[in-house]
Design a protein around this ligand. Structure first.
Ligand code: ZN
Ligand code: ZN
Length: 178
């Protein structure tokens, strides 16, 4: 999954690159998601001496867990990216520090290669929703009995209230009565 930069000849060059990877080749055990479909990676590469600018996208389908009902669901993902790769030089001294530390789109490469697997994993991670939901209208779980309300109704009182909250309400009421 390495992109060999030695194969990109010339001081300046432009190439369109397209790669296709099986999900199993990219999946790491500690990932926050499961990759369910092959990953398509397409990008334009601009070479300017030893600087490379990659603009493109990775697309696939991920399996995530819903934050409300806790069921797994599939999410088609398109992760666009715009990244600059600069050579990592041991002897560069202060050179690298000239680039602002908070510039997340700048990365360094070693050994004339760019690790496309790492690029994909990072971009998929960035594309994850803050709060994954199987559906905007997901009904979630009954707070009393845990039934998945998307599938069935339970017999619980819909006005069920956390007893701690009820106690708090009483305290607040007493305060305002005083
Ligand atoms: Zn859900
Ligand atoms: Zn219930």
């Amino acid at each position: 999954m390495q992109l060999n930069l030695k194969q990109i000849h010339g001081t300046r060059a432009h190439e369109h690159i397209s790669r296709h990877y099986e999900a199993s080749a990219l999946q790491a055990p500690d990932d926050a998601y499961t990759i369910k479909a092959p990953v398509n990676l397409t990008f334009d590469l601009e070479k300017d001496r030893d600087n490379y600018h990659l603009v493109g996208q990775a697309t696939t389908t991920l399996e995530l867990f819903c934050g409300r009902c806790l069921e797994s669901f599939s999410l088609p993902v398109r992760a666009p990216f715009d990244l600059r790769y600069l050579p990592h030089r041991e002897d560069a001294g202060g050179d690298e520090r000239e680039i602002e530390d908070d510039d997340l789109s700048t990365t360094y490469y070693d050994d004339e290669t760019i690790d496309l697997g790492q690029l994909i994993r990072e971009q998929l991670y960035l594309a994850l929703p803050m709060k994954p939901l199987c559906d905007e209208d997901c009904q979630g779980l009954c707070p009393a009995c845990g039934t998945n309300l998307n599938r069935e109704r339970c017999g619980c009182d819909p006005k069920w209230e956390d007893p701690r909250l009820a106690a708090l309400r009483t305290v607040i009421k007493k305060d305002s009565d005083a």
